[in-house]
Design a binder for this molecule. Structure first.
Ligand code: SF4
Ligand code: SF4
Ligand code: SF4
Length: 233
């Protein structure tokens, strides 16, 4: 079996793993609280995109590591076809809307019998079990919680459309092999996009690390008008 050619950017993923592990350790040992992160969240999202999801979020990291384990164990992997993905990925926003509705209802339910507190406790317990299930599911498919359910990711993703820096594809050098698309954990069709301005992009740079022709670069983005590359004949 032939070994995959390294394009020299493999170190990015090693660095990402070290950052993810360090953040997880810091959170576990409560060196810092996530509220410290939220202070610089908005400016970084607008400047760099949603690097938080690709490099910092412990739940994102847990899904990455589960995916790694699933591949090592040679478990079957599910990849949602692009045609279906474009609709399924909207579920994050539906859940965001439902969550806002829940929060509003919770305010209404707060009353003398503290029914709201009981409801909230049930919600958190069920949510914890569900999230754990999502990490298990990540053994078989890339980042299921991030792709389809995370309301925090949805909120940041919408803001990130205005980002100043992002991934550009050199369409002249691109061989159209599609490895970048297949490697993307958020199922973004990088191979046909000139500038990745997709709200689901988590800035993991796996596409950059995998491109055999080194034609993906992280740099200043043009004005926010998504442009599709012409199809190669
Ligand atoms: S989408 Fe949500 S769970 Fe996934 S990395 Fe981002 S914040 Fe974390
Ligand atoms: S487009 Fe690239 S950086 Fe963005 S999520 Fe996909 S692989 Fe990661
Ligand atoms: S991996 Fe590189 S060469 Fe292959 S389609 Fe993607 S950008 Fe083009």
């Amino acid at each position: 079996m032939s070994r995959k050619k390294n394009n020299g950017y493999g170190w990015i993923q090693v660095l990402r793993f070290i950052v993810q592990l360090s953040i997880l350790a810091a959170v576990v040992f409560t060196i810092f609280h996530t509220k410290h992160i939220s202070k610089w969240m908005l400016p970084t999202v607008l400047l760099l995109g949603v690097f938080f999801c690709g490099w910092v979020c412990p739940l994102g990291a847990a899904q990455d590591w589960a995916a790694w384990l699933g591949k090592k164990l040679r478990l079957p992997r599910l990849r949602v076809p692009q045609g279906l993905q474009q609709y399924l990925q909207l579920s994050r926003y539906v859940f965001y809307f439902l969550l806002l509705t829940y929060a509003f209802s919770f305010e209404l339910l707060k009353g003398p019998h503290h029914f709201g507190a009981i409801l909230r406790g049930t919600f958190y317990t069920a949510g914890g079990i569900f999230v754990l299930g999502m990490v298990v599911l990540a053994l078989f498919t890339d980042r299921p919680f991030c792709n389809y359910l995370c309301t925090g990711g949805a909120r940041m993703g919408l803001l990130s459309v205005l980002r100043i820096f992002g991934i550009r594809r050199n369409t002249e050098a691109c061989g159209g092999c599609g490895q970048c698309t297949r490697k993307c954990p958020m199922n973004i069709d990088v191979a046909t996009t000139d500038f990745v301005r997709h709200p689901n992009c988590i800035g993991c740079l796996q596409c950059v690390s995998t491109c055999p022709k080194k034609c993906l670069r992280y740099g200043i983005m043009p004005a926010p008008q998504s442009k599709k590359a012409p199809k190669k004949s």
